[in-house]
Design a protein around this ligand. Structure first.
Ligand SMILES: [Mn+2]
Length: 318
């Protein structure tokens, strides 16, 4: 496995923490200031140089920029233009050596929690989702529309991705529930995700982000899921949790319901050798949270824990 971390496009202390922890590969977020032109090679070159000069090799883009993706998932009047702009990234990604992009199919409402104050070990705080606390937003989309929009997207994009050897890695819905008010969701079970990556377009350019805690929350057997999807796993989100779809919470990486070392053995036994990054960490003592789930101290602990497991199970991190 390739030890990576999640990097915002502007340098901050988390860049230093990752580098100092031994991370050398980046899952990077593209700039969202409106000045980054996806179709302009020079913009990609200067962005990637910022990372490589620092000591980090970018290997994955995450997420597909929301300013494009939101129109694509909703299937609105800006869909075609947004798909064109997404496709315009592929030759530049290829030239920069970035061959994977993480995308999801959550329309109108993305990653969602109802609290960021759930008490974890020693008074650390984690995010929680409780359906009873969810307040509908007024947005609407049906499962049928989501499937139609998904089919439209993959049929347009995957042939282009194939030409450049780019891999799209579908992230499961989080929370994996069938509806949030009038917004339905489809990437909520292994069966649906199988349909999404095998039945509509068959391609090595279409696979998954194994956000392992989501599959666990769905009630899937993780060992079997990893075995079954092994050659379709293009990115791993190393994440622990407790609960079920209508009520769950994050945990420290060593303190949830998943056996993290055992899962690492399963990845390696099944030949999964892709970028892996920690996901959703606690906010720790003294921290003013900037983005719950993505704060720095919990992340340091999580990276160290992941690196320890990689050293023990794999004999080191790439
Ligand atoms: Mn994830």
């Amino acid at each position: 496995m390739i030890l990576a971390d999640y990097f915002r496009s502007e340098r901050d202390a988390t860049w230093d923490f990752a580098l100092q922890s031994g991370v050398r590969h980046g899952v990077i977020r593209l700039p969202e200031d409106g000045r980054f032109d996806y179709a302009d090679r020079s913009h990609w070159e200067s962005l990637c140089k910022r990372f490589t000069d620092f000591g980090i090799t970018p290997v994955v883009i995450e997420p597909m920029p929301n300013e494009l993706h939101d129109h694509i998932k909703a299937g609105d009047e800006r869909r075609d233009e947004s798909i064109e702009r997404a496709i315009s990234m592929f030759p530049h990604m290829r030239a920069m050596g970035i061959d994977t992009i993480c995308f999801n199919w959550m329309a109108h409402i993305g990653w969602l929690r109802t609290s960021s104050e759930y008490p974890e070990r020693g008074g650390a705080k984690v995010t929680e989702f409780r359906m009873a606390d969810f307040k509908p937003t007024g947005a609407k989309i049906t499962a049928d529309e989501l499937w139609q929009n998904y089919e439209y997207f993959v049929k347009a994009v995957i042939p282009e991705a194939e030409q450049y050897g780019i891999r799209l890695a579908l992230h499961p819905d989080d929370p994996p529930v069938p509806r949030l008010g009038d917004v339905e969701r489809i990437m909520i079970s292994k069966a649906n995700i199988k349909k999404a990556i095998y039945d509509i377009v068959k391609s090595d350019s279409l696979g998954i982000t194994m956000c392992q805690a989501n599959y666990f929350i769905m009630g899937e057997d993780l060992k079997k899921t990893i075995e079954e999807f092994a050659d379709k796993i293009y990115l791993v989100h190393f994440r622990n949790t407790k609960g079920e779809p209508s009520h769950f919470r994050e945990t420290f990486h060593d303190n949830g319901d998943l056996d993290m070392a055992e899962l690492m053995r399963v990845y390696i036994q099944n030949g999964v050798n892709v970028p892996i990054r920690v996901d959703h960490v606690p906010t720790m003592a003294g921290e003013v949270s900037t983005l719950p789930g993505y704060d720095a101290m919990g992340r340091l602990f999580a990276i160290g824990y992941l690196k320890g497991i990689l050293d023990a199970v794999q004999g080191g991190a790439e």
